[in-house]
Design a binder for this molecule. Structure first.
Ligand code: A3P
Ligand code: MG
Ligand code: MG
Length: 378
């Protein structure tokens, strides 16, 4: 045998049969009427504690507690406590869908929607859906989504791209501090109990999280997803989640119309996508000055965010976001034909290119844990 002969004829293991499928992301292709999106309803929740341990309850939920409006504005020092009172989560630990699967395992017997609802549904994190929604307008960061089909359900879990990993490992000190400041703002705005006041003297531990689990549907795609929720407003007009939840955000103080325009075009899109998916009605923004102090607050109702860019030729359009997401979910469902939790269809996207797919088996891409697959296979 000649050397190299086998290499010449070997089919790449991750090649899909037929022509290479791909999916364009240009906004112009996804305009058209807003698709059906079922009002998200909360199925349950879970909490992650200071050690990142799972609890099937709302122990990590915090209560919205804005400062009194007595003439003066707020004066929150977001850099206070950095880095000595900061316990950042270990970002090297790849959790995948594990916490959500734990919740699902504990509750799959009580799911509404009738028998077989879960088979046919898409299970994922809200954050992954947010990335899909903003894709037609994203010009900087690509993504990779791993899809595994198991018992009719399609599980979607993000894979950190090599570029994102390199960026994270080389994160400049100023960006690290900026990340801390986002969480510090939450501490100034939230209390541990309803009716009590925030206590900014403690540590900021980003292992702690409260997650809501919701059911919705986009077009004909039933969805079960979970998203982190910053706090609940005990004084909200409706006490029913998710409409009593509040999303907190920080942003740079703006001074010129050009700065506001750019904020509406870029940041508001991300804020809208994140909160709209989960059904959170209001985003409370704190604006920080160059010294890192929050001196003003502004509430942005999620349903009014589009108004800021409706007449902007370089703005975003919620219909484009939702139509693209629906088209991607159909594309994923059509690509994934064989039902096998060890199979992974890896969807990859870089700005300026279409979404492409490759097929993989087992490590390193398979992400459905054995404990989940075995428990569900019984
Ligand atoms: P801000 O976005 O308010 O600055 P969330 O707003 O989703 O509840 O996230 C809370 C904070 O986590 C953010 O606060 C930010 O500090 C940090 N954070 C979230 N996503 C991030 C990302 N992709 N990159 C860097 N920091 C992030
Ligand atoms: Mg949050
Ligand atoms: Mg927030």
């Amino acid at each position: 045998k000649r050397r190299g002969e086998n290499i010449e004829v070997a089919e790449p293991r991750n090649k899909l049969p037929g022509p290479a499928p791909s999916m364009p992301t240009d906004p112009a292709l996804y305009s058209g009427p807003f698709p059906f999106y079922r009002r998200p309803s909360e199925l349950g929740c879970f909490s992650l504690d200071a050690q990142r341990q799972y609890h099937g309850d709302a122990q990590a939920l915090r209560y919205y507690s804005p400062p009194p409006t007595n003439g003066q504005g707020p004066n929150f020092d977001l850099r206070d406590g950095y880095p000595d009172r900061y316990q950042p989560r270990d970002e090297e630990i790849r959790e995948g869908l594990d916490h959500l699967l734990r919740w699902l395992l504990d509750h799959r017997g009580q799911l509404e929607g009738g028998p077989g609802w879960l088979a046919g549904a898409i299970v994922t994190w809200r954050g992954h859906l947010t990335k899909l929604l903003t894709t037609p307008y994203e010009r900087q960061e690509g993504w990779q989504l791993a899809a595994s089909p198991f018992q009719g359900t399609l599980y979607l879990s993000e894979v950190e791209t090599p570029a994102a990993r390199a960026q994270r490992l080389a994160r400049p000190p100023l960006l690290r501090e900026l990340m801390y400041m986002g969480y510090k703002f939450e501490q100034y705005m939230c209390a541990d109990k309803p009716g009590s006041s925030p206590d900014p003297s403690g540590e900021v531990n980003t292992n702690v999280a409260f997650c809501s689990v919701l059911r919705s549907r986009l077009g004909n795609h039933p969805l079960l997803f979970s998203g982190e929720v910053d706090c609940i407003d005990p004084q909200a007009p409706s006490t029913q989640p998710p409409t009593c939840y509040v999303e907190l955000k920080t942003s740079k103080e703006m001074h010129s119309p050009g700065q506001w325009r750019s904020f509406y075009r870029h940041k508001l899109l991300k804020w809208w996508a994140q909160s709209f998916l989960l059904g959170i009605p209001n985003v409370v923004a704190g604006f920080r000055n160059p010294e890192g102090f929050i001196c003003s607050l502004k509430t942005f109702p999620t349903m009014e965010m589009f108004e800021y860019v409706r007449n902007d030729r370089d703005g975003w359009n919620p219909s484009v976001c939702m139509n693209f997401c629906a088209a991607f979910l159909s594309f994923a469902q059509n690509t994934v034909v064989q039902d096998d939790p060890r199979l992974v269809y890896l969807f990859s996207w870089e700005p300026g290119s279409p979404v492409t797919v490759s097929k993989h088996q087992d490590a390193p891409y398979a992400f459905l844990p054995t404990w989940y697959v075995e428990a569900v296979t019984q």
